[in-house]
Design a protein around this ligand. Structure first.
Ligand code: F6P
Length: 346
């Protein structure tokens, strides 16, 4: 055990939407901190709100056991943004957060979250808090890391859902439109769409034309393909007040004589146990965060770069979104296999 870290106090909080693997990351942080470095670990409830309102308790080894496979977050989360809203104008909440951080005697704070959380983490670091971030989100849109944990589990869940649509689509000879989460990014829809054998994949990063989509589906029908699967990202361009799935499904119905049905998978994509891959990477993200704290590296997010977990300055990450590049190799290969992205005649 490294002597100079013994008795250090670290806080850990989870902010933003939950996702599978958060508890695995908390466990990775906590067990590494306790076993390897002799640190004391404090779990802060409900995201940044918990730090502003002093909602915390010390986590011992017992509380960190048996949580690896649990979905959600044992700490609870919130979408509270300390730098937004009325109180933020006077910096009231960040000041309270800093005061509570100092009063509790924290030496460092691990913040597990997505884009918005990393932005807040970056500002808190600027205010003097020793922050280390860990990227989590099913959207996979955190800038500066190959992948965030949560994504693999969501792809798995969404793929299973698409798999199940095939048999019912085939039985009724229907076009099945499935809407997947991802906010403004199409990662989840692209990966689950390909993994689930989707015929059309519509993502926010690729401008599509419903005419092309309709013509393509009609052609499949003429070629005696009994049914088709259309995977649609929630963030595609569409009129306000209508879901992406409903919009696309209705447009296909109006433009073709094909029968359509829509499914909005929703929060199921964020729930339940993480996949083995997510358990492994969340554990590594957590352990690396503590190694960085032990060596005194702050103001960074742990980033996965190939097989390595490396620090990435929060100032570079905050406020950016990692979108699917239009020429992503999975898109190029999918096109060659006849998958339509709705942007060209096929
Ligand atoms: O960021 C994760 C995510 O599930 C997005 O895919 C989705 O757009 C959003 O969160 C939903 O947010 P909320 O949990 O606030 O409804």
């Amino acid at each position: 055990m490294a002597k100079d870290t013994k008795g250090m106090k670290i806080g850990i909080l989870t902010a933003g939407g939950d996702c599978p693997g958060i508890n695995a990351a908390i466990r990775g942080v906590g067990k590494t901190a306790i076993y390897e470095y002799g640190m004391n670990v404090f779990g802060i409830s409900s995201g940044f709100r918990g730090l502003a309102e002093n909602l915390y308790s010390e986590l011992d080894e017992g509380q960190l056991s048996g949580i690896l496979t649990l979905g959600g977050t044992i700490l609870g989360t919130s979408r509270d943004k300390p730098y937004k809203g009325d109180a933020a104008a006077e910096n009231k909440i960040p000041k309270q957060i800093k005061k509570n951080y100092l009063d509790l005697g924290l030496d460092a704070l691990v913040v597990i979250g997505g884009n918005g959380t990393m932005k807040t983490a970056s500002r808190l670091f600027d205010e003097g808090l020793n922050v280390v971030g860990i990227p989590k989100t099913i959207d996979n849109d955190v800038w500066g890391t190959d992948v965030s944990f949560g994504f693999d589990s969501a792809v798995w869940i969404a793929t299973e859902a698409i798999d199940r649509l095939h048999s019912t689509a085939n039985s009724h000879k229907r076009i099945m439109v499935i809407e997947l989460m991802g906010h403004k990014a199409g990662w989840l829809t692209l990966y689950a769409g390909v993994a689930g054998g989707g015929d059309v994949i519509l993502i926010p990063e690729i401008d599509f034309d419903m005419e092309y989509v309709a013509k393509y589906l009609e052609k499949r029908s003429r070629n005696l393909k009994p049914y088709s699967i259309v995977a649609v990202a929630e963030g595609i361009k569409k009129p306000k007040g209508i879901s992406a799935a409903t919009y696309v499904s209705q447009a296909i119905r109006d433009m073709t004589k094909l029968e359509t049905r829509e499914t909005i998978l929703g929060y199921i994509q964020r729930g339940g146990t993480p996949t083995p891959i997510d358990r492994v990477i969340a554990t590594q993200f957590g352990a690396k965060a503590v190694e960085l704290i032990a060596e005194g590296t702050f103001g960074v997010m742990v980033s996965k770069n190939g097989e390595r977990f490396v620090p990435m300055p929060l100032s570079e990450v905050g406020g950016k979104v990692k979108l699917v590049p239009g020429d992503h190799s999975l898109i190029r290969k999918s096109r060659k296999m006849g998958i339509s992205f709705g942007d060209r005649k096929m």
